[in-house]
Design a protein around this ligand. Structure first.
Ligand SMILES: CC(C)(COP(=O)(O)OP(=O)(O)OC[C@H]1O[C@@H](n2cnc3c(N)ncnc32)[C@H](O)[C@@H]1OP(=O)(O)O)[C@@H](O)C(=O)NCCC(=O)NCCS
Length: 102
């Protein structure tokens, strides 16, 4: 289990960079390292950070008191990450990679 942390320098926000970087770290954690769970925490008022975690598919995992703000905890399992990344094909769709020769 690891904890995900991220920060962008001023001037680099609002471009999707944090979400993209964090997604790459999640791929590394789940696929290369074989971890089962990744956790992350953020200050309750940090809406930009909460949005990043939600975009990644992380789900709320409780709250605890912090030094200044309540801490919101999130987590993501390897199974959920894979399901979000590789959603099942809708019924009736052709098998990917196989083209009908007719
Ligand atoms: C938390 C933090 C990294 C979030 O930065 P961010 O720029 O909001 O996050 P991203 O890089 O993923 O960018 C996503 C935003 O860019 C927008 N965006 C623009 N182009 C985009 C693209 N091509 N792809 C994805 N998002 C894009 C999204 O709409 C989104 O904005 P929204 O949340 O208002 O809808 C940043 O606020 C920060 O560094 N804060 C200080 C450190 C900190 O608090 N770290 C977290 C500690 S827990």
């Amino acid at each position: 289990m690891i904890e995900l942390l991220y920060a962008l320098a001023p001037g680099f926000t609002g471009q999707g960079l944090a979400t993209e970087m964090a997604a790459a770290v999640l791929d590394l954690a789940f696929e290369e390292r074989g971890l089962a769970l990744v956790r992350a925490s953020t200050d309750a008022p940090n809406l930009a950070s909460i949005r990043v975690l939600e975009r990644l598919g992380m789900t709320p995992a409780g709250e605890s008191p912090g030094p200044r703000w309540p801490q919101l905890h999130f987590q993501l399992s390897r199974e959920r990450w894979r399901a979000l990344r590789d959603p099942p094909l809708p019924p009736g769709d052709p098998t990917p990679g196989i083209t009908d020769p007719r």
